[in-house]
Design a protein around this ligand. Structure first.
Ligand code: TXE
Length: 483
């Protein structure tokens, strides 16, 4: 059985408590590895190691930090086949998705922030007469905590640690206990990439134990978190009196607003992808499909016909497009929501049940049919709460204002998609939708320089490009007279 370890102060270490957690392959339901069940003592050791490394790392030349990140990116490329297989085994996602998205993007995150930090500039303010010069000195914060979820494991892990390290901070990272494998692999190559011992540390374990200890640690000056909204709220409460910098990327209940004048085929094809990619387990997935009255029936029927053709398969099979949900509790949560939808009177247009095992290897795996529901009002819990699985609802609207109101009738505000060929309407709607991201006639198109994050219960703060480098630095205003 594979045994994962923490990376603390440059050493791969076992948990101080001697306790371990089982790690399950979602496609088979079988335990395939075990990971440290770390506690506050492991976290403290990692924070101390990071503090010891901070003076050296924070004063190292930018080029040196960038070179470490680029070498790490090259190591991802060199080991990409192993990483693709590991991500699929650990998460249940199809290897085709890990190959197309997760692993290339993890490499890109490291390379992107290597370049971004070399171009990162701070402001100077020179009033008329130039008697004084004010400039902003952006300093690394110190030791920062990066806590990442299970849906895009290495992708979101690197999205946090890369800007933190590039900006000169030392990191203690805690990957999700549900998908620890690729973060562990990456941690094994940190020294080869050139990071001095203690600059980058990984502590594996449960959220309420290792995660909580990291968030509470007085030596951790900033926390970057991606995960559930309830956990985000808990972290905000925990750190309230501690004056830490906090970045929270949380859940979504994203609307796709489909107008009658859309490019019909493109809207159907992309909505299928935006609804069911990664088994619907992406915070950016569409989950409420809002369709203008006059095309409601034709759009619905086209969507359902396509969804019925998606057959969950063995994630390790190269032809599989939809894999397994990440865990048994998560599969049960998704099925419970479908049960509640039935009780609330939803019509199930397709799916609605666990999917049959694709082969003998996967008889105990966590497969759910792509599910489309209609007939529920906007206030129903199914239209308000994040399900985070292959389940979408359809609702109709009669006017532009009605569509916008429906889209905004949510506690969340992460990503909206807007489907129309009327450019003016597209911009008008985008500006009125309460979301951190609006995709017009497309979905999941990313430029890593753009601000990434949500409004309302979808989070606080922005990641990406300059925003991330700003988050991971503390600005000091310096003023000097010129005479
Ligand atoms: O996430 P958690 P869970 C949503 C989705 C899902 C729900 C719950 O709706 O069903 O959240 O998922 C760590 N202090 N998203 O329970 O618990 C945890 O160990 C510090 C949306 O799996 O939020 C993991 O590393 N850390 C989301 C990370 O937080 C704590 C992606 C996320 O886990 C902690 C995932 C604590 N007290 C789920 N408790 C997205 N925005 O993409 C947990 N953690």
């Amino acid at each position: 059985m594979m045994e994962l370890q923490n990376l603390i102060g440059g050493e791969m270490t076992n948990p101080k408590s001697g306790a371990w957690l089982e790690n399950v392959e979602p496609a088979t339901g079988q335990v395939f590895s075990r990971i440290p069940r770390s506690n506050a003592a492991d976290v403290d050791a990692a924070v101390q190691a990071a503090h010891a490394a901070f003076p050296g790392w924070s004063s190292s030349p930018l080029e040196e930090r960038a070179a470490c990140l680029r070498r790490w990116g090259a190591l991802i490329a060199r080991h990409s086949e192993a990483l693709i297989a590991a991500e699929s085994q650990d998460n249940g996602k199809p290897v085709s998705l890990a190959r197309a998205v997760d692993i290339p993007r993890a490499q890109k995150n490291l390379e992107f922030f290597a370049g971004a930090v070399e171009h990162f500039a701070s402001e100077a303010h020179i009033p008329g007469g130039a008697e004084f010069i004010h400039y902003t000195h952006r300093k690394p914060i110190g030791v920062v905590g990066c806590i990442s979820p299970w849906n895009l494991p290495l992708y979101l892990f690197t999205w946090k640690i890369a800007p933190a390290l590039a900006a000169g901070n030392c990191v203690v990272a805690k990957p999700s206990e549900v998908t620890p494998l690729t973060a562990w692999m990456l941690s094994q190559w940190a020294a080869e990439a050139g990071f001095p011992a203690g600059v980058f540390n990984v502590v594996h374990g449960l959220g309420h134990e290792a995660g909580q200890a990291l968030v509470e640690h007085q030596g951790v000056k900033a926390v970057s978190f991606t995960g559930g909204t309830q956990t985000g709220a808990h972290i905000a409460r925990t750190t309230a009196g501690m004056f830490k910098k906090l970045s929270l990327e949380l859940g979504g209940k994203n609307p796709a607003i489909v107008f009658a004048d859309c490019n019909f085929d493109k809207a159907v094809a992309t909505t299928i992808r935006s609804s069911f990619a990664n088994q619907g387990q992406i915070c950016l997935c569409s989950s409420r499909i809002l369709i203008e009255d006059s095309i409601y029936e034709t759009f619905r029927d086209a969507l359902v016909a396509k969804a019925k053709r998606i057959v969950p398969g063995d994630p390790s099979d190269a032809s599989t497009k939809m894999g397994a949900l990440v865990s048994a509790p998560h599969r049960d949560k998704v099925l419970k929501y479908i049960g509640i939808a039935k009780e609330q009177g939803a019509r199930i247009l397709c799916g609605g049940v666990a999917a049959p095992a694709p082969n003998d290897r996967c008889t105990s795996g966590y497969f759910v049919q792509p599910t489309i529901l209609e007939g529920l009002g906007p206030d129903s819990s199914i239209n308000q709460e994040e399900i985070f699985g292959p389940v979408i609802t359809l609702q109709r609207f009669s006017s532009e204002a009605d569509g916008i109101a429906l889209a905004n009738d949510s506690a969340y505000g992460l990503a909206a998609t807007i489907w129309t060929t009327d450019a003016a309407k597209a911009h008008r709607v985008a500006s009125q939708v309460e979301s951190g991201i609006a995709w017009i006639n497309c979905w999941l198109v990313r430029d890593l320089r753009t601000p990434f994050g949500g409004v309302k219960s979808s989070g606080v703060g922005r990641e990406g490009g300059v925003e991330a480098l700003r988050f991971f630095t503390e600005p000091q205003s310096v003023c000097i007279p010129t005479r």
